[in-house]
Design a protein around this ligand. Structure first.
Ligand code: FAQ
Length: 309
């Protein structure tokens, strides 16, 4: 009966075991899981654009090879995550349609422009750094296919973060102009990186339920604080300043205090009014249209193979 199924679900969550595709789940669980996985997948796919912008202009063959590998990894993460969403009954074509018509979200961070090559470093260091901070606990998320996807994704994100830190370190050892470029990139990406963790807990509509279902293991504010604590010493080692006059070690709390995030800016970007929202979606829409013949050919091939059987 429905009651037994519900009890089985509750027990699985309680015992910290994984929910698998064949298990019964409450409709709310399915909906929020598809929502989070789809947004995450869309972010990986749209997230190829800002850095992809620099592939043809990378300063050396080595930097180009690394950047190509990183951007390809993001494509892989996106496809992997769409597959995870499919195990919950979502349809990939439908999710893509929702993305390109603006009915599903993707991370605010990818709506900022990449003005110099130092931005490739700032994104890998700060954006992948924030992603790792947010995603490592998701390796213990209650939905099995999502949790397992996170393990591989986090390993690749770690490589992304390391290559970026090395890139920035190299630039910091270069000319004054290169150091200025790094500082400028960090100034522009610091605050948007803090917004990646979502709205403050008091305004987070989904956190309480997602924590109860063990989809999320920490709140948005907890992870944001963890990211700040982790990043400040890295900035010191690099020799850059973070653009926050209120950033200060608080011995009593055992954490860094930091200034207020501009939540109005975040709301604007999430609502579609960030500096690059229109450009990112237009590009994605165009790529989808350009790929129509591939989808048609694949479908025709599958049909022929089925008929031959
Ligand atoms: N941007 O109630 P909450 C990457 C939405 S990393 C846009 O707190 P929740 C790697 C939120 O969806 C980036 N929207 O929501 C990479 C919700 O909207 P809804 C992707 C945001 O789910 C690196 C509403 O606001 N990572 O791609 C944002 O409990 C470099 C209320 O928020 C993930 O997706 C935002 N920043 O917590 C790729 C990680 N924040 O659906 C390329 C998995 C919140 O109710 C290059 N996701 N919203 O209409 C999560 O951990 C969670 O979904 C949160 C949000 C923490 C993002």
């Amino acid at each position: 009966s429905e009651k037994d199924l519900e009890q089985h679900f509750e027990h699985t969550i309680e015992k910290d075991q994984r929910i698998e595709p064949r298990d019964w789940v409450p409709e709310g669980y399915r909906k929020t899981m598809i929502r989070q996985i789809a947004q995450h997948a869309h972010s990986e796919i749209i997230g190829m654009q800002p850095e992809g912008n620099w592939i043809t202009r990378a300063p050396s063959l080595r930097r180009k090879a690394i950047l190509l590998a990183k951007v390809q990894d993001e494509a892989g993460h996106g496809l992997y995550l769409y597959s995870a969403a499919e195990t919950l009954g979502a349809d990939r074509a439908d999710l893509t349609e929702k993305l390109i018509t603006g009915r599903q979200k993707y991370s605010s961070i990818f709506n900022y422009p990449t003005l110099t090559f130092a931005d490739v470093g700032a994104i890998g260091w700060l954006v992948d750094g924030a992603a790792i901070c947010n995603q490592v606990p998701l390796c213990r998320s209650s939905y099995g296919p999502y949790a397992r996807a996170m393990i591989r994704i986090c390993k690749e994100e770690s490589f992304h973060q390391r290559q970026a830190y090395e890139l920035l370190m190299t630039m910091m050892k270069g000319t004054q102009a290169q150091r200025d470029m790094v500082q400028d990139a960090v100034n522009r990406f610091w605050w948007p990186s803090l917004m990646m963790f979502g709205p403050p807990d008091a305004e987070s509509a989904n956190t309480a339920q997602s924590m109860a279902w063990k989809i999320k293991r920490h709140t948005n504010d907890e992870l944001r604080q963890r990211f700040v604590d982790m990043t400040v010493p890295q900035a010191e080692a690099l020799g850059v300043t973070l653009p926050d006059p209120d950033l200060k070690w608080n011995a009593e709390r055992g954490h860094y205090d930091f200034g207020p995030v501009d939540w109005d800016e975040m709301k604007q970007v999430v609502a579609g009014n960030g500096p690059c929202n229109a450009e990112r979606l237009a590009r994605r829409r165009q790529a989808h249209e350009d790929g129509a013949w591939v989808r048609e050919a694949a479908a025709a091939h599958a049909r022929k193979m089925a008929e031959a059987k």
